[in-house]
Design a protein around this ligand. Structure first.
Ligand SMILES: [Zn+2]
Length: 556
Protein backbone atom coordinates (compact mmCIF):
# COMPACT_ATOMS: atom_id res chain seq x y z
CA UNK A 1 0.00 0.00 0.00
CA UNK A 2 1.77 3.21 -1.05
CA UNK A 3 1.12 6.53 0.50
CA UNK A 4 -1.31 7.76 -2.18
CA UNK A 5 -3.64 4.81 -1.48
CA UNK A 6 -3.87 5.71 2.20
CA UNK A 7 -4.41 9.40 1.44
CA UNK A 8 -8.21 9.18 1.76
CA UNK A 9 -7.78 7.65 5.20
CA UNK A 10 -5.34 10.43 6.10
CA UNK A 11 -7.93 13.07 5.54
CA UNK A 12 -10.47 11.07 7.51
CA UNK A 13 -8.12 11.55 10.47
CA UNK A 14 -10.53 9.46 12.51
CA UNK A 15 -9.17 9.16 16.02
CA UNK A 16 -11.37 6.81 18.00
CA UNK A 17 -11.03 6.37 21.76
CA UNK A 18 -7.72 4.66 22.62
CA UNK A 19 -8.18 0.85 22.92
CA UNK A 20 -5.43 -0.05 25.36
CA UNK A 21 -3.15 2.76 26.42
CA UNK A 22 0.37 1.90 27.59
CA UNK A 23 0.55 0.40 31.06
CA UNK A 24 0.17 3.06 33.73
CA UNK A 25 3.28 1.77 35.45
CA UNK A 26 5.28 2.43 32.33
CA UNK A 27 3.89 5.94 31.96
CA UNK A 28 5.22 6.80 35.39
CA UNK A 29 8.50 4.87 35.31
CA UNK A 30 11.03 7.16 37.05
CA UNK A 31 13.63 8.60 34.70
CA UNK A 32 17.20 8.20 36.05
CA UNK A 33 18.13 11.44 37.83
CA UNK A 34 21.64 11.44 36.34
CA UNK A 35 20.06 11.68 32.89
CA UNK A 36 17.76 14.55 33.80
CA UNK A 37 20.70 16.34 35.38
CA UNK A 38 22.60 16.14 32.10
CA UNK A 39 20.09 18.38 30.31
CA UNK A 40 20.93 22.04 30.72
CA UNK A 41 20.84 25.38 28.94
CA UNK A 42 24.65 25.64 28.73
CA UNK A 43 24.92 22.41 26.75
CA UNK A 44 22.06 23.39 24.45
CA UNK A 45 23.46 26.88 23.79
CA UNK A 46 27.00 25.56 23.20
CA UNK A 47 25.75 23.38 20.35
CA UNK A 48 23.53 26.11 18.88
CA UNK A 49 26.41 28.60 18.92
CA UNK A 50 28.70 26.22 17.05
CA UNK A 51 26.16 24.97 14.50
CA UNK A 52 24.71 28.40 13.70
CA UNK A 53 28.07 30.17 13.57
CA UNK A 54 28.87 32.02 10.34
CA UNK A 55 31.84 29.66 9.83
CA UNK A 56 29.40 26.81 9.13
CA UNK A 57 28.02 28.92 6.29
CA UNK A 58 24.41 27.94 6.83
CA UNK A 59 25.01 24.15 6.64
CA UNK A 60 23.90 23.57 3.03
CA UNK A 61 24.22 19.92 1.92
CA UNK A 62 27.14 19.36 -0.41
CA UNK A 63 29.20 22.27 0.92
CA UNK A 64 32.09 22.80 3.34
CA UNK A 65 29.35 23.78 5.78
CA UNK A 66 28.06 20.19 5.61
CA UNK A 67 31.54 18.83 6.30
CA UNK A 68 31.90 21.03 9.39
CA UNK A 69 28.42 20.25 10.71
CA UNK A 70 28.79 16.49 10.16
CA UNK A 71 32.26 16.44 11.72
CA UNK A 72 31.00 18.39 14.72
CA UNK A 73 28.03 16.11 15.35
CA UNK A 74 30.17 13.00 14.89
CA UNK A 75 32.85 14.33 17.26
CA UNK A 76 30.19 15.06 19.88
CA UNK A 77 28.81 11.52 19.59
CA UNK A 78 32.34 10.17 19.98
CA UNK A 79 33.09 12.47 22.93
CA UNK A 80 29.97 11.11 24.63
CA UNK A 81 31.18 7.57 24.05
CA UNK A 82 28.16 6.59 21.96
CA UNK A 83 28.51 3.71 19.55
CA UNK A 84 28.52 4.22 15.79
CA UNK A 85 24.93 4.06 14.60
CA UNK A 86 25.53 2.50 11.22
CA UNK A 87 25.99 -1.27 11.09
CA UNK A 88 29.11 -0.68 8.97
CA UNK A 89 30.79 0.57 12.12
CA UNK A 90 30.57 4.26 11.22
CA UNK A 91 28.45 7.17 12.35
CA UNK A 92 27.55 7.95 8.75
CA UNK A 93 24.70 6.92 6.48
CA UNK A 94 25.50 8.22 3.01
CA UNK A 95 22.55 9.81 1.22
CA UNK A 96 23.07 10.02 -2.55
CA UNK A 97 21.69 13.32 -3.82
CA UNK A 98 21.60 15.14 -7.11
CA UNK A 99 21.99 18.90 -6.97
CA UNK A 100 20.17 20.77 -9.72
CA UNK A 101 20.73 24.51 -10.27
CA UNK A 102 18.88 26.58 -12.84
CA UNK A 103 21.72 28.56 -14.40
CA UNK A 104 20.01 30.75 -17.02
CA UNK A 105 17.40 32.77 -15.01
CA UNK A 106 14.92 32.07 -17.79
CA UNK A 107 11.92 34.20 -18.72
CA UNK A 108 8.55 32.47 -18.66
CA UNK A 109 6.36 33.72 -21.49
CA UNK A 110 2.60 33.47 -21.77
CA UNK A 111 1.20 33.86 -25.28
CA UNK A 112 -2.30 34.32 -26.66
CA UNK A 113 -2.47 35.11 -30.32
CA UNK A 114 -0.21 38.10 -30.87
CA UNK A 115 -0.32 39.09 -27.20
CA UNK A 116 2.47 37.90 -24.95
CA UNK A 117 3.52 38.49 -21.37
CA UNK A 118 7.03 37.95 -20.03
CA UNK A 119 7.37 36.82 -16.39
CA UNK A 120 10.63 37.70 -14.69
CA UNK A 121 12.59 34.91 -13.03
CA UNK A 122 12.41 35.09 -9.24
CA UNK A 123 10.25 38.23 -9.12
CA UNK A 124 7.16 36.95 -10.94
CA UNK A 125 7.66 33.21 -10.81
CA UNK A 126 10.02 30.47 -9.73
CA UNK A 127 10.44 27.16 -11.57
CA UNK A 128 12.75 24.18 -11.76
CA UNK A 129 12.85 20.62 -13.00
CA UNK A 130 13.36 17.62 -10.77
CA UNK A 131 14.36 15.59 -13.78
CA UNK A 132 18.03 14.74 -13.64
CA UNK A 133 18.80 16.34 -17.00
CA UNK A 134 20.79 19.30 -18.36
CA UNK A 135 17.59 21.15 -19.13
CA UNK A 136 13.82 21.23 -19.39
CA UNK A 137 11.27 23.24 -21.34
CA UNK A 138 7.67 24.16 -21.95
CA UNK A 139 7.00 24.51 -25.66
CA UNK A 140 3.70 26.17 -26.47
CA UNK A 141 2.21 24.23 -23.57
CA UNK A 142 -1.48 25.02 -23.14
CA UNK A 143 -2.40 26.41 -19.72
CA UNK A 144 -5.31 24.76 -17.93
CA UNK A 145 -6.70 25.93 -14.57
CA UNK A 146 -7.45 22.85 -12.42
CA UNK A 147 -8.63 24.56 -9.24
CA UNK A 148 -7.05 22.81 -6.23
CA UNK A 149 -6.04 19.85 -8.40
CA UNK A 150 -7.48 17.42 -5.86
CA UNK A 151 -8.85 13.94 -6.34
CA UNK A 152 -10.42 12.78 -3.08
CA UNK A 153 -12.86 9.92 -3.76
CA UNK A 154 -13.74 9.77 -0.07
CA UNK A 155 -15.23 13.28 -0.47
CA UNK A 156 -16.61 12.75 -3.97
CA UNK A 157 -14.15 15.38 -5.09
CA UNK A 158 -12.47 15.34 -8.46
CA UNK A 159 -11.04 18.55 -9.88
CA UNK A 160 -9.98 16.82 -13.09
CA UNK A 161 -13.34 15.24 -14.04
CA UNK A 162 -11.54 13.05 -16.56
CA UNK A 163 -10.10 15.98 -18.50
CA UNK A 164 -6.82 15.02 -20.18
CA UNK A 165 -4.05 17.48 -19.30
CA UNK A 166 -1.15 15.36 -20.55
CA UNK A 167 1.53 17.60 -22.08
CA UNK A 168 -0.28 20.72 -20.86
CA UNK A 169 0.63 23.05 -18.01
CA UNK A 170 -1.76 23.02 -15.09
CA UNK A 171 -2.30 26.14 -12.98
CA UNK A 172 -3.30 25.07 -9.47
CA UNK A 173 -4.27 26.67 -6.17
CA UNK A 174 -2.34 25.95 -2.96
CA UNK A 175 -3.95 24.42 0.15
CA UNK A 176 -7.27 22.53 0.31
CA UNK A 177 -10.68 23.62 -1.01
CA UNK A 178 -11.98 25.90 1.80
CA UNK A 179 -15.34 24.26 2.47
CA UNK A 180 -17.97 25.27 5.02
CA UNK A 181 -18.50 21.55 5.59
CA UNK A 182 -15.66 20.91 8.07
CA UNK A 183 -16.13 17.13 7.79
CA UNK A 184 -14.37 17.41 4.47
CA UNK A 185 -10.70 18.20 3.98
CA UNK A 186 -10.00 18.41 7.71
CA UNK A 187 -11.90 21.68 8.17
CA UNK A 188 -9.37 24.40 9.09
CA UNK A 189 -6.47 21.92 9.17
CA UNK A 190 -4.43 21.69 5.96
CA UNK A 191 -4.51 18.10 4.72
CA UNK A 192 -1.91 16.49 2.50
CA UNK A 193 -4.08 17.46 -0.50
CA UNK A 194 -3.12 21.06 0.32
CA UNK A 195 0.62 20.51 0.30
CA UNK A 196 2.68 21.73 -2.67
CA UNK A 197 4.27 18.29 -2.89
CA UNK A 198 0.81 16.81 -3.56
CA UNK A 199 0.17 19.33 -6.37
CA UNK A 200 3.36 18.28 -8.17
CA UNK A 201 2.52 14.60 -7.58
CA UNK A 202 -0.82 15.28 -9.30
CA UNK A 203 1.04 16.82 -12.23
CA UNK A 204 3.16 13.68 -12.45
CA UNK A 205 0.09 11.44 -12.21
CA UNK A 206 -1.69 13.31 -15.03
CA UNK A 207 1.45 13.55 -17.16
CA UNK A 208 1.27 17.35 -17.23
CA UNK A 209 4.29 18.99 -18.85
CA UNK A 210 4.22 21.75 -16.25
CA UNK A 211 2.69 22.56 -12.86
CA UNK A 212 2.44 26.18 -11.69
CA UNK A 213 1.05 26.77 -8.20
CA UNK A 214 -0.46 30.20 -7.48
CA UNK A 215 1.28 31.62 -4.40
CA UNK A 216 -1.03 33.16 -1.81
CA UNK A 217 0.77 33.99 1.46
CA UNK A 218 -2.13 33.19 3.79
CA UNK A 219 -3.05 29.95 2.04
CA UNK A 220 0.54 28.76 1.55
CA UNK A 221 1.46 29.57 5.12
CA UNK A 222 4.61 31.53 4.21
CA UNK A 223 5.59 34.59 2.14
CA UNK A 224 6.75 34.39 -1.53
CA UNK A 225 10.28 35.05 -0.24
CA UNK A 226 10.39 31.45 0.99
CA UNK A 227 9.50 30.19 -2.48
CA UNK A 228 12.19 32.42 -4.00
CA UNK A 229 14.65 30.38 -1.91
CA UNK A 230 14.07 27.60 -4.44
CA UNK A 231 16.08 29.48 -7.07
CA UNK A 232 19.22 28.23 -5.34
CA UNK A 233 20.58 24.71 -5.90
CA UNK A 234 17.88 22.13 -5.22
CA UNK A 235 18.59 18.59 -4.21
CA UNK A 236 16.70 15.40 -4.71
CA UNK A 237 17.30 11.76 -3.96
CA UNK A 238 18.84 9.94 -6.92
CA UNK A 239 16.08 7.60 -8.04
CA UNK A 240 16.43 4.76 -10.58
CA UNK A 241 14.21 6.60 -13.11
CA UNK A 242 16.12 9.89 -12.57
CA UNK A 243 12.69 11.48 -12.00
CA UNK A 244 11.89 11.29 -15.70
CA UNK A 245 8.20 10.59 -14.95
CA UNK A 246 7.80 13.87 -13.04
CA UNK A 247 6.42 16.90 -14.85
CA UNK A 248 9.12 18.58 -16.89
CA UNK A 249 8.64 21.91 -15.10
CA UNK A 250 7.41 22.54 -11.55
CA UNK A 251 7.05 26.00 -10.02
CA UNK A 252 5.07 28.85 -8.49
CA UNK A 253 3.70 32.13 -9.88
CA UNK A 254 2.81 35.16 -7.80
CA UNK A 255 -0.83 36.01 -7.16
CA UNK A 256 -0.46 39.22 -9.21
CA UNK A 257 0.84 37.27 -12.19
CA UNK A 258 -1.98 34.74 -11.82
CA UNK A 259 -4.52 37.55 -11.83
CA UNK A 260 -3.08 39.08 -15.01
CA UNK A 261 -2.84 35.66 -16.65
CA UNK A 262 -6.56 35.06 -16.03
CA UNK A 263 -7.34 38.53 -17.37
CA UNK A 264 -5.27 37.75 -20.48
CA UNK A 265 -7.38 34.59 -20.83
CA UNK A 266 -10.56 36.61 -20.59
CA UNK A 267 -11.30 35.09 -17.18
CA UNK A 268 -11.57 36.46 -13.65
CA UNK A 269 -9.25 34.88 -11.08
CA UNK A 270 -11.46 35.48 -8.06
CA UNK A 271 -14.62 34.08 -9.59
CA UNK A 272 -12.78 31.01 -10.90
CA UNK A 273 -11.16 30.56 -7.49
CA UNK A 274 -14.61 30.66 -5.91
CA UNK A 275 -15.85 28.08 -8.40
CA UNK A 276 -12.84 25.89 -7.56
CA UNK A 277 -14.22 25.58 -4.02
CA UNK A 278 -17.29 23.74 -5.33
CA UNK A 279 -17.55 20.01 -6.16
CA UNK A 280 -18.99 20.96 -9.55
CA UNK A 281 -15.71 22.58 -10.62
CA UNK A 282 -14.07 21.25 -13.76
CA UNK A 283 -10.80 22.26 -15.45
CA UNK A 284 -10.83 25.55 -17.42
CA UNK A 285 -8.62 25.79 -20.52
CA UNK A 286 -7.18 29.34 -20.50
CA UNK A 287 -6.45 29.60 -24.21
CA UNK A 288 -2.93 30.79 -23.39
CA UNK A 289 0.32 28.92 -23.97
CA UNK A 290 3.47 28.78 -21.83
CA UNK A 291 7.00 29.00 -23.16
CA UNK A 292 10.08 28.34 -21.01
CA UNK A 293 13.58 26.96 -21.43
CA UNK A 294 15.49 25.94 -18.29
CA UNK A 295 19.22 25.17 -18.36
CA UNK A 296 20.61 23.22 -15.42
CA UNK A 297 23.89 22.59 -13.70
CA UNK A 298 23.89 19.08 -12.22
CA UNK A 299 26.08 17.55 -9.58
CA UNK A 300 25.91 14.27 -7.68
CA UNK A 301 26.91 14.21 -4.03
CA UNK A 302 26.84 11.85 -1.08
CA UNK A 303 25.31 13.87 1.72
CA UNK A 304 25.19 12.35 5.20
CA UNK A 305 22.86 11.36 7.97
CA UNK A 306 24.89 11.21 11.19
CA UNK A 307 23.81 8.31 13.41
CA UNK A 308 24.81 7.16 16.90
CA UNK A 309 23.44 4.38 19.07
CA UNK A 310 23.08 3.71 22.78
CA UNK A 311 22.76 -0.04 22.99
CA UNK A 312 19.94 -1.35 25.14
CA UNK A 313 20.60 -3.28 28.35
CA UNK A 314 18.22 -6.18 27.64
CA UNK A 315 19.75 -9.06 25.72
CA UNK A 316 16.61 -9.53 23.61
CA UNK A 317 15.06 -6.10 23.47
CA UNK A 318 18.30 -4.34 22.55
CA UNK A 319 17.52 -5.27 18.94
CA UNK A 320 14.54 -2.92 19.06
CA UNK A 321 14.87 0.83 18.70
CA UNK A 322 13.53 4.23 19.64
CA UNK A 323 14.69 6.94 17.18
CA UNK A 324 15.31 10.57 18.05
CA UNK A 325 15.85 12.75 14.98
CA UNK A 326 16.65 16.34 14.02
CA UNK A 327 17.80 17.77 10.71
CA UNK A 328 21.22 19.49 10.71
CA UNK A 329 20.95 21.16 7.30
CA UNK A 330 19.82 24.63 6.33
CA UNK A 331 20.04 26.94 3.30
CA UNK A 332 23.75 27.78 3.21
CA UNK A 333 24.83 31.08 1.65
CA UNK A 334 22.18 32.66 -0.55
CA UNK A 335 20.23 35.74 -1.49
CA UNK A 336 21.39 38.73 0.58
CA UNK A 337 18.70 40.13 2.87
CA UNK A 338 19.42 43.26 4.89
CA UNK A 339 23.09 42.90 4.04
CA UNK A 340 23.38 39.30 5.27
CA UNK A 341 23.67 36.24 3.02
CA UNK A 342 24.51 33.48 5.51
CA UNK A 343 21.38 31.50 6.43
CA UNK A 344 22.53 30.55 9.94
CA UNK A 345 19.45 28.48 10.85
CA UNK A 346 19.93 28.93 14.61
CA UNK A 347 16.30 28.08 15.45
CA UNK A 348 15.81 25.98 12.30
CA UNK A 349 17.40 23.69 13.16
CA UNK A 350 20.60 24.16 15.14
CA UNK A 351 18.28 24.19 18.16
CA UNK A 352 16.84 20.77 17.30
CA UNK A 353 20.28 19.23 16.77
CA UNK A 354 21.34 20.76 20.09
CA UNK A 355 18.36 19.01 21.66
CA UNK A 356 19.36 15.73 19.98
CA UNK A 357 22.94 15.98 21.29
CA UNK A 358 21.80 16.91 24.78
CA UNK A 359 19.41 13.95 24.85
CA UNK A 360 22.30 11.74 23.69
CA UNK A 361 24.34 13.05 26.63
CA UNK A 362 21.45 12.34 29.01
CA UNK A 363 20.95 8.75 27.86
CA UNK A 364 24.70 8.11 27.92
CA UNK A 365 24.79 9.37 31.52
CA UNK A 366 22.40 6.63 32.64
CA UNK A 367 23.97 4.07 34.93
CA UNK A 368 21.74 1.47 33.29
CA UNK A 369 20.60 2.11 29.73
CA UNK A 370 16.96 1.32 28.95
CA UNK A 371 16.13 -2.19 27.75
CA UNK A 372 15.85 -1.21 24.09
CA UNK A 373 18.42 0.69 22.07
CA UNK A 374 18.21 4.41 21.35
CA UNK A 375 19.20 5.87 17.97
CA UNK A 376 20.18 9.50 17.51
CA UNK A 377 19.84 10.50 13.86
CA UNK A 378 20.96 13.93 12.60
CA UNK A 379 19.34 14.12 9.17
CA UNK A 380 20.43 15.85 6.01
CA UNK A 381 18.46 17.74 3.37
CA UNK A 382 15.25 18.33 5.27
CA UNK A 383 15.01 21.76 3.72
CA UNK A 384 15.31 20.15 0.31
CA UNK A 385 12.15 18.09 0.78
CA UNK A 386 12.72 15.83 3.78
CA UNK A 387 15.33 13.87 1.79
CA UNK A 388 17.57 12.53 4.58
CA UNK A 389 14.59 11.04 6.42
CA UNK A 390 13.06 9.80 3.16
CA UNK A 391 16.32 7.98 2.47
CA UNK A 392 16.43 6.53 6.00
CA UNK A 393 12.79 5.43 5.70
CA UNK A 394 13.38 3.58 2.42
CA UNK A 395 16.82 2.23 3.42
CA UNK A 396 16.57 1.91 7.21
CA UNK A 397 19.73 0.89 9.08
CA UNK A 398 17.59 -1.10 11.53
CA UNK A 399 14.34 -2.91 10.67
CA UNK A 400 11.30 -0.61 10.74
CA UNK A 401 9.30 -3.45 12.28
CA UNK A 402 11.73 -3.27 15.22
CA UNK A 403 11.53 0.51 15.41
CA UNK A 404 9.02 1.50 18.08
CA UNK A 405 8.83 5.24 17.64
CA UNK A 406 10.33 8.38 16.17
CA UNK A 407 10.55 11.62 18.16
CA UNK A 408 11.52 14.41 15.79
CA UNK A 409 12.83 17.80 16.90
CA UNK A 410 12.59 20.61 14.37
CA UNK A 411 13.02 23.85 16.32
CA UNK A 412 12.96 23.74 20.11
CA UNK A 413 11.52 26.58 22.14
CA UNK A 414 13.82 29.56 22.63
CA UNK A 415 11.66 32.10 24.48
CA UNK A 416 11.43 30.55 27.97
CA UNK A 417 9.28 27.97 29.75
CA UNK A 418 5.66 27.34 28.79
CA UNK A 419 2.59 25.94 30.51
CA UNK A 420 1.91 23.82 27.45
CA UNK A 421 3.52 21.80 24.69
CA UNK A 422 2.21 21.88 21.13
CA UNK A 423 1.91 18.46 19.54
CA UNK A 424 1.48 18.57 15.76
CA UNK A 425 -0.75 15.62 14.91
CA UNK A 426 -2.08 15.33 18.45
CA UNK A 427 -4.45 12.34 18.56
CA UNK A 428 -2.53 10.26 16.04
CA UNK A 429 -0.95 7.67 18.30
CA UNK A 430 -0.26 6.32 21.80
CA UNK A 431 2.90 8.40 21.85
CA UNK A 432 0.60 11.14 23.08
CA UNK A 433 -0.04 9.08 26.22
CA UNK A 434 3.68 9.07 27.00
CA UNK A 435 3.86 12.80 26.31
CA UNK A 436 0.76 13.54 28.39
CA UNK A 437 2.07 11.53 31.37
CA UNK A 438 5.41 13.38 31.29
CA UNK A 439 3.66 16.74 30.85
CA UNK A 440 1.41 15.98 33.82
CA UNK A 441 4.50 15.44 35.93
CA UNK A 442 5.64 18.92 34.89
CA UNK A 443 2.24 20.44 35.55
CA UNK A 444 1.86 21.13 31.84
CA UNK A 445 -0.72 20.35 29.17
CA UNK A 446 -0.53 19.14 25.59
CA UNK A 447 -2.16 21.30 22.95
CA UNK A 448 -2.89 20.64 19.30
CA UNK A 449 -1.15 22.66 16.60
CA UNK A 450 -2.21 26.33 16.84
CA UNK A 451 -1.86 26.72 13.06
CA UNK A 452 -3.46 23.57 11.60
CA UNK A 453 -4.06 25.43 8.35
CA UNK A 454 -0.30 25.41 7.68
CA UNK A 455 -0.01 21.60 7.42
CA UNK A 456 3.00 21.27 9.72
CA UNK A 457 2.56 17.46 10.11
CA UNK A 458 3.72 17.13 6.49
CA UNK A 459 6.60 19.58 6.79
CA UNK A 460 9.30 17.78 8.75
CA UNK A 461 11.14 14.48 8.99
CA UNK A 462 8.77 12.58 11.29
CA UNK A 463 6.40 12.46 8.29
CA UNK A 464 8.68 10.04 6.47
CA UNK A 465 8.77 7.74 9.49
CA UNK A 466 4.98 7.94 9.70
CA UNK A 467 4.64 7.15 6.00
CA UNK A 468 6.40 3.81 6.58
CA UNK A 469 4.24 3.13 9.62
CA UNK A 470 6.58 4.04 12.50
CA UNK A 471 4.58 6.00 15.14
CA UNK A 472 6.04 9.50 14.86
CA UNK A 473 5.84 12.33 17.36
CA UNK A 474 6.33 15.94 16.31
CA UNK A 475 6.37 18.42 19.19
CA UNK A 476 6.66 22.16 18.82
CA UNK A 477 7.31 24.66 21.55
CA UNK A 478 4.33 25.72 23.64
CA UNK A 479 2.46 28.93 22.97
CA UNK A 480 1.49 29.86 26.57
CA UNK A 481 4.67 31.32 28.09
CA UNK A 482 5.12 31.51 31.85
CA UNK A 483 5.47 35.06 33.11
CA UNK A 484 4.77 36.58 29.71
CA UNK A 485 1.77 38.69 28.67
CA UNK A 486 -1.24 37.13 26.91
CA UNK A 487 -0.55 36.52 23.22
CA UNK A 488 3.22 36.72 23.67
CA UNK A 489 3.79 33.29 22.12
CA UNK A 490 1.63 33.91 19.06
CA UNK A 491 3.22 37.31 18.52
CA UNK A 492 6.75 35.86 18.67
CA UNK A 493 5.84 33.05 16.28
CA UNK A 494 4.34 35.45 13.77
CA UNK A 495 7.40 37.71 14.00
CA UNK A 496 9.65 34.70 13.45
CA UNK A 497 7.67 33.51 10.43
CA UNK A 498 7.69 36.98 8.95
CA UNK A 499 11.23 38.16 9.76
CA UNK A 500 13.44 35.09 10.30
CA UNK A 501 11.91 31.90 8.86
CA UNK A 502 14.25 30.62 6.13
CA UNK A 503 16.09 33.95 6.16
CA UNK A 504 19.67 34.96 7.16
CA UNK A 505 18.09 36.60 10.20
CA UNK A 506 17.40 33.22 11.83
CA UNK A 507 20.21 33.81 14.33
CA UNK A 508 20.59 33.59 18.11
CA UNK A 509 18.79 36.58 19.64
CA UNK A 510 19.54 38.39 22.91
CA UNK A 511 16.12 37.44 24.33
CA UNK A 512 16.66 33.72 23.91
CA UNK A 513 16.04 31.75 27.11
CA UNK A 514 16.53 28.00 26.74
CA UNK A 515 15.07 27.06 30.14
CA UNK A 516 11.87 26.20 28.28
CA UNK A 517 13.82 23.91 25.97
CA UNK A 518 15.24 22.11 29.03
CA UNK A 519 11.67 21.36 30.15
CA UNK A 520 10.72 20.09 26.69
CA UNK A 521 13.84 17.89 26.45
CA UNK A 522 13.11 16.46 29.88
CA UNK A 523 9.69 15.52 28.54
CA UNK A 524 11.12 13.94 25.35
CA UNK A 525 13.68 12.08 27.49
CA UNK A 526 10.94 10.60 29.68
CA UNK A 527 8.97 9.57 26.58
CA UNK A 528 11.88 7.77 24.92
CA UNK A 529 13.10 6.16 28.13
CA UNK A 530 9.68 4.74 28.97
CA UNK A 531 8.95 3.56 25.43
CA UNK A 532 12.35 1.83 25.41
CA UNK A 533 11.38 -0.03 28.58
CA UNK A 534 7.73 -0.65 27.75
CA UNK A 535 6.17 -4.09 27.55
CA UNK A 536 4.52 -3.38 24.21
CA UNK A 537 4.99 -1.31 21.08
CA UNK A 538 3.16 2.03 21.00
CA UNK A 539 0.43 2.05 18.34
CA UNK A 540 -1.34 4.45 16.05
CA UNK A 541 -4.89 5.20 17.13
CA UNK A 542 -7.60 3.09 15.55
CA UNK A 543 -8.65 4.62 12.25
CA UNK A 544 -5.44 6.57 11.82
CA UNK A 545 -4.16 6.41 8.22
CA UNK A 546 -0.66 5.21 9.14
CA UNK A 547 -2.00 2.33 11.25
CA UNK A 548 -2.74 0.16 8.23
CA UNK A 549 0.84 0.53 7.04
CA UNK A 550 2.17 -0.36 10.50
CA UNK A 551 -0.08 -3.36 10.99
CA UNK A 552 1.01 -4.67 7.62
CA UNK A 553 4.72 -4.18 8.39
CA UNK A 554 4.40 -5.93 11.76
CA UNK A 555 2.57 -8.94 10.34
CA UNK A 556 5.20 -11.64 9.80
ZN1 LIG B 1 13.51 22.78 9.95
Amino acid sequence: MNFRQVLPLLIAGACSAPADTPAASMLSLPVPAEAVAAIDTATIMRHIRVLSHDSLMGRQPGTAGEDKAVRYIESEYKALGLAPGNTDGTYIQKVPLVGITVKNSPTLTFRKGSTSKALKWRDDYVAWTKRVSPGASLDSSELVFVGYGVEAPEFNWDDFKGVDVAGKTIVVLVNDPPLADTSKFGGPRMTYYGRWTYKYEQGQKHKAAGVLIVHETERAGYPFGVVQGKTAEQFDLITPDRNITRSSVEGWITLDQARSLFTMAGQNFDSLKARAATPEFKPVPLGVTAHLRIENTLRMIDSRNVVAKLEGSDAKLKDEYVVYSAHWDHFGVGEKINGDSIYNGAYDNASGVAGLLNLAKAFKAMKTPPKRSILFVALTAEEQGLLGSQYYAVTPIYPLAKTLANINMDEIVQWGPTKDLTVVGLGNSELDDYARAAADEQGRVLKPDAEPEKGFYYRSDHFNFAKVGVPAFYPEGGIDFIGKPEGFGRKKRDEYTEQDYHKPQDEIKPDWDMTGAVKDLDLFLAMGYRIANAAKFPEWRAGNEFKAIRDKSLTP
